[in-house]
Design a protein around this ligand. Structure first.
Ligand code: ADP
Ligand code: MG
Length: 574
């Protein structure tokens, strides 16, 4: 079938051909012929993400719009601002050769005045998030008493996100004779209820298998030293402030240990494993379901009884012995039409296992770098600012306290106030991540397992072992290295460990707190006209080298023992 055959006019066909649409996708083929008609039925269409639902409703709505009336004729409700924008961009593309049809997107978190101005100029199709639309209806900017169509796009997602009240309020204002279209990846009971209440004898169209999760899962790997597994886990958790996931461990003992450490470090975590009694397990699962716990550390067996649809992440803290199990683990995310991420924290020795898994799932791992302290700080900071922008202010309650607060803070100007409010929440991240090292196993190692760099010994605790491409042949002496560290980092109290000068290259150890600074300092520097190359050395082999310099402290400045990493407490999420 062609778009022409299902009733699309040529000016729209021209536009979508330019987008690469050659023929209708199944959902379009089934839905469009119904919607093209003036008197179209209500439709429920169930299809996975990526099946072309936008054009299935978008094309007929554009074609049916009457450019001569200025009011809103079709309303598309969707769960997020990204989706809203995407839909209105898609509509603009479809109507590229029909400039009379106007559509716009309205969503929260952006200036409402601008949206009002655009709507007042006259738009025919609005894609909107429920909250913002309701606001505009209340302000009488959008009048929906005359609309012809309401599309509920990603209905399951909207209900999951708690938009039920808003949706009902909006639908209640729409005229009886309108056309209602519901698009969803899944049909949970809440969606069914909504359909029963607001739709009129809907035709139900299902495309493909319902709800196959695997396609919506991204697979990512992080390669770190085995000893840094836990720290990497924390960084990942901190990098995704809204993380809601299961962390899989191999044994009960490991499960308990990881959970205990996370709890101690202030995360909303708990453990689920076979050593717990059934009532204990039920309790943990219950808390996890209502998101009272956001990170559940579990063994494979114990997690079996748990069915949660909206996990953002699965983290393989350790890979299962039986690699087939990986598929079951990762299949717990990316459900119900959502995207999910399955993460593996692995060390270099496990690369073969990753390859095996890739063959099994027929997908490649995206090898990601463990976020650096500054990346996490930035992410958390913007998350906080975002929350501040969106927070609902309970005027009634807060007004009583305001005069006193205003008076107390009177002496602070706006900038100072913002800085302080942000710092109250944020200082602990800044403190915790101050001077923390790069946890990534060196890139060179991961790529080609370069031998010379792994020829060293293991660095002492708290130290990082560096490789430098200079040696005896360059007349390099330990004092040169110490001098360079001082000069290039400009930090005077970096503890320096063993320095091991070889023929053509050398190793030196330094306080791991300053790994980043040292790496940065040595960039693009020369030694006797040779460009210096410093890398973090891989320290797996234990061997003794005859010409290492054990005379550790040659520097006269302050010696500082390496402090344990600072612990920080995160406030429990509500
Ligand atoms: P859904 O809403 O079902 O998740 P989208 O409407 O976003 O899916 O479409 C997914 C992708 O498929 C988009 O990139 C879209 O441009 C493309 N697409 C839609 N219809 C067709 C078609 N008939 N031919 C080729 N590509 C299409
Ligand atoms: Mg869609």
């Amino acid at each position: 079938m062609t778009f022409e055959e299902i009733g699309i006019e040529s000016k729209y066909i021209k536009a979508i051909e330019e987008l690469g649409f050659e023929k209708p996708m199944p959902v379009q083929e089934k839905v469009i012929p119904h919607l093209i008609k003036d008197d179209s039925p209500d439709i429920i269409a169930l299809a996975q993400t990526g099946t072309g639902k936008t054009a299935a409703f978008g094309l007929p709505l554009i074609q049916k719009s009457n450019p001569r009336t200025k009011h809103v004729q079709h309303l598309i409700l969707c769960p997020t601002r990204e989706l809203c924008l995407q839909i209105s961009n898609d509509l603009a593309e479809y109507s590229k050769y029909d400039k009379e049809i106007k559509s716009t997107a309205v969503f929260g978190g952006a200036s409402i005045e601008r949206q009002i101005t655009i709507i007042r100029k006259g738009v025919h199709i609005i894609s909107a998030t429920p909250g913002r639309l309701l606001d505009l209806i209340k302000r009488k900017v959008v009048k929906i008493s005359k609309i012809k169509t309401v599309v509920l796009d990603e209905a399951d997602e909207m209900l999951n996100m708690g938009f039920r009240d808003e949706l009902e309020a909006i639908l209640a204002e729409t005229p009886k004779e309108k056309n209602t279209l519901l698009f969803s990846a899944t049909m949970p009971s809440e969606v069914r209820k909504m359909a029963n209440k607001f739709m009129n004898n809907p035709i139900e169209i299902t495309i493909g298998k319902k709800n196959v999760g695997a396609e919506n899962v991204k697979h990512e790997s992080y390669i770190v030293h085995a000893r840094d597994r836990y720290l990497a886990l924390k960084r990942i958790a901190d990098y995704y402030p809204d993380i809601y996931g299961i962390i899989f461990c191999r044994t009960r003992k490991e499960t308990q240990e990881v959970a205990d450490r996370l709890i101690q470090d202030g995360y909303n975590a708990d453990s689920l494993h076979g050593d717990l009694s059934q009532p204990q397990r039920d309790k943990v699962m219950g808390k996890f379901r209502i998101k009272n716990i956001s990170l559940l550390v579990a063994t494979d067996v114990a997690a079996r009884g748990l069915d949660v649809d909206n996990l953002t992440h699965i983290i393989n803290y350790n890979l299962p012995d039986d690699l087939e199990v990986y598929t079951h683990r990762s299949g717990r995310t990316g459900r119900a039409g959502r995207l999910g991420t399955s993460i593996v924290i692995a060390n270099m020795k496990e690369k073969n296992k990753l390859k095996q898994i890739e063959r099994q799932i027929n997908k490649k791992f995206d090898n990601k770098l463990v976020p650096l302290g500054k990346d996490i700080c930035e992410k958390q900071l913007f998350h906080l600012v975002d929350r501040m922008e969106r927070v609902e202010v309970n005027n009634e309650r807060i007004n009583a306290f305001l005069p006193a607060i205003m008076q107390k803070l009177e002496w602070l100007d706006r900038e100072e106030l913002i800085k302080r409010f942000v710092s109250v929440e944020f200082n602990r991240f800044l403190d915790y991540y101050k001077n923390t090292p790069d946890l990534n196993a060196p890139a060179a190692e991961r790529k080609r397992g370069d031998q010379k760099r792994s020829a060293g010994k293991r660095a002492a605790d708290g130290f990082t072992r560096f490789f430098i491409n200079l040696g005896k042949t360059d007349d390099l002496r330990p004092v040169d290295i110490i001098g360079m560290i001082n000069d290039y980092t400009n930090i005077r109290d970096i503890d320096i460990g063993e320095i091991d000068i070889k023929k053509n290259f050398s190793f030196f150890e330094a306080d791991q707190t300053y790994t980043e600074e040292i790496m940065k300092g040595f960039k693009k520097k020369d030694f006797k006209k040779r460009e210096i190359n410093v890398e973090v050395a891989e320290n797996t082999k234990r061997e003794s080298s005859s010409d290492s310099h054990k005379g550790k402290r040659k520097r006269s400045f302050k010696k500082e023992s390496t402090k344990p990493r600072p612990k920080y407490k995160r406030r429990k999420r509500k």
